[in-house]
Write a protein that binds this ligand. Structure first.
Ligand code: GLN
Length: 446
């Protein structure tokens, strides 16, 4: 059914980069045999899922939507991919994204631009645009994305699906191609909150192959789904409903708060005063980390080599000049500059200090409230081509999601109505490792 649906719609939606059809059908067959023999096990038994193309899959092409990795076939599976396999889900294929997860619209993919299934003239968001669009278009039941500065939540909001960025350290990064290692997290995109909790259950947990993976208890994420929100305290940051956020989006968030209030929660306005510096700090920090992480793509160890000069340094240059797209080069240049001696204190160190202040803002509010609620993005999905020539406008789409990554806290985007006939996302944020309360609130609202 999944491949039929893909055949039906994917020439318009353009969510998939590589299909895994032969192996998926073979896997499905073994699951059919298991059913016949009454050996059903795995919480995602037989469920078709898609995987963002920056998560490595053994023997299945993994490109990060970059020409540089056009021919890259990994020799191992990411820990999250192993988790899905153990849960008996079926890997349908690899999903389009902005190159190396840098972008907010999918327009930075070097292959094609995924379209928003609600209106194919609009972007699906990014960088996990293929992950969000494939679920919204009914091609798969769930997908995995990655979120460094909003890349799960913003596309989830634009495509009207549920997207969770777990706490930093909750999900293994082993096998996730690193963009900004101190911010990257893998998480699920699904149609319902319950599905989301169930997929997270299978990919979360301590992993010895990731030194930043947290060795903390793994709760049952769906245990409190039916509990409701009676008595819960909600904080609404004034920075999240102020200037820059479209009034219709703010109205939808207010409607959602009324629903939660009618169910017994209370809310108050609070302030996250340093949020206004988040985008600036994020682009310095993430680009700095990216400039170091992407140095491994040198034409020697991975991917496509361009070697017309037969000279090592020229080979590096040619490979990287031809292999990387403009946005990736922009970030590498910005990051290399910010880290260079003489500028380090003025840029990188300063941005780290700002990050600390942002984290303190969240700690402070979350010590007094159960969750923070606001919109996921300041607008609905925009038209393809509308912002691509203006990086600063593009970067501002993540103004409400980026602070969450800098603070390392978990957050979800759930659909909360429509504006301009396009889905609007509600963002629910909680304390580190408290994804359970996020699911509880999201399910109660849903
Ligand atoms: N839009 C942000 C960026 O371009 C977010 C990316 C992400 O979360 N991977 O960096």
């Amino acid at each position: 059914a999944s491949y039929n649906r893909i055949n039906e719609v994917d020439d318009k939606v353009k969510a998939f980069l590589t299909l895994n059809e032969e192996q998926a059908r073979a896997h499905a067959k073994t699951l059919d045999e298991a059913i016949a023999e009454d050996r059903i096990n795995g919480m995602l038994f037989g469920l078709p899922g898609g995987i963002k193309d920056n998560i490595v899959t053994k023997n299945l092409r993994t490109t990060c939507a970059s020409q540089l990795l056009d021919n890259f076939i990994p020799v191992y599976d990411a820990t999250v991919v192993e988790g899905l396999q153990q849960a008996s889900s079926i890997n349908i294929g690899k999903l389009n994204m902005d190159e190396f997860a840098m972008g907010s619209s999918n327009e930075n993919s070097s292959y094609k631009v995924t379209r928003n299934p609600w209106d194919i003239d609009r972007v699906p968001g990014g960088s996990s645009g293929g992950s969000a669009a494939s679920v919204a278009a009914g091609e798969v039941m769930f997908s995995l994305g990655s979120d460094t500065g909003g890349s799960i939540r913003e596309p989830a909001a634009y495509c009207g699906v549920v997207g969770m960025k777990p706490t930093y350290g909750r999900v293994s990064r082993f096998g996730l191609v690193a963009f900004a290692s101190s911010l990257d997290q893998v998480g699920p995109l699904t149609r319902t909150v319950e599905d989301n909790a169930r997929v997270l259950q299978e990919i979360a947990g301590h992993c010895e192959k990731d030194s930043t993976s947290a060795d903390v208890e793994l709760p049952d994420f769906s245990a409190d789904l039916q509990k409701g929100v009676k008595g819960l305290k909600i904080a609404v940051p004034k920075e999240y409903i102020g200037e820059g956020v479209k009034p219709e989006i703010k109205d939808k968030v207010m409607d959602a708060l009324k629903v939660l209030e009618s169910q017994g929660a209370t809310w108050e306005e609070v302030s996250l005063p340093h949020s206004k510096y988040a985008v600036a700090a994020y682009y310095l920090l993430s680009s700095s980390e990216a400039s170091a992480n992407l140095s491994r793509f040198d034409g020697v160890r991975f991917g496509v080599r361009h070697d017309s000069s037969q000279n090592l340094i020229e080979m590096y240059k040619e490979t990287r000049s031809k292999g990387f797209g403009d946005e990736v080069k922009r970030r590498i240049m910005l990051g290399t500059f910010a880290l260079s001696s003489g500028y380090y204190d003025a840029y990188y160190k300063k941005a780290q200090q700002v990050r600390h202040l942002i984290k303190n803002d969240f700690d402070d509010v979350l010590s007094k409230y159960d969750v923070i609620i606001g919109p996921t993005a300041p607008t609905v999905a925009f038209k393809v081509g509308e912002q691509i020539d203006d990086p600063l406008t593009m970067y501002a789409n993540d103004i409400l999601t980026i602070p969450v990554n800098l603070a390392g806290v978990p957050a979800i985007s759930v659909p909360c109505g429509f504006s301009e006939n396009m889905p609007v996302g509600l963002q629910i944020i909680a304390s580190p490792f408290d994804e359970k309360t996020i699911y509880q609130v999201a399910h109660s609202y849903e």
